[in-house]
Ligand binder design. Structure first.
Ligand SMILES: [Zn+2]
Length: 196
């Protein structure tokens, strides 16, 4: 308060008034921390509430996954459904590709073609694969279909196919290098083992 302009006048009166007193009290470090914590909790509840069940939890809530899946468009492709964090949280591109292969489901099949049980089994497969991976089982280079475009299927020998799947899924995959984003969204599948 060494500023001579504050010695008297409206600014000084404002700083000493009840509003200023409230503001100053709020500005106490403890209160700031409390307000920040409340804000964090609110934001967490808002965003976590929007996430589907955690695929890595001990007992994945498949009923909740199925309930959330039913809120998505009926024609949504399974490959996209598995990456939708609002339906089930934590499945990345590797495990959606591998789970779809092991479940014999094509990434482009519409979600409405699956029964609730089929969907539950698919998510349970992804969960098992990811938990096994987290425990260090499998060396990471022996995927069934992931990043094996053009190579023979390990089950039937058919060439593995790949195509970008996501917001611009109608675009054919460009030849040449993929960007990171495209790679993250590229679906891999065996057309024989995973018919649409
Ligand atoms: Zn195959």
């Amino acid at each position: 308060m060494s500023d001579p302009r504050l010695a008297d006048g409206p600014t000084r009166r404002l700083l000493e008034g009840p509003i200023a007193a409230t503001l100053l009290r709020l500005a106490a470090p403890g209160v700031i921390m409390l307000v920040a914590q409340v804000a964090i909790n609110v934001l967490e509840a808002y965003f976590v509430g929007r996430l589907g069940p955690d695929v890595l939890s001990d007992d994945v809530d498949l009923e909740e996954v199925r309930r959330r899946a039913r809120t998505r468009p009926p024609e949504l492709a399974l490959g996209e459904l598995l990456l939708d964090q609002r339906v089930v949280a934590g499945i990345g591109n590797i495990w959606r590709s591998e789970a779809l292969f092991l479940a014999g489901r094509n990434p482009w099949t519409e979600r409405q073609k699956l029964t609730d049980d089929d969907l539950g089994a698919l998510v349970a497969t992804a969960s098992s694969l990811m938990k096994a991976s987290a425990l260090g089982r499998g060396n990471g280079s022996d995927h069934w279909v992931y990043k094996r475009s053009g190579q023979p299927c390990r089950k039937c020998g058919t060439r593995i196919e790949s195509r970008r799947q996501g917001s611009s899924s109608s675009e054919p995959k460009r030849s040449g290098g993929e960007t990171r984003g495209e790679q993250a969204r590229t679906a891999y599948w065996c057309p024989a083992c995973q018919p649409v």
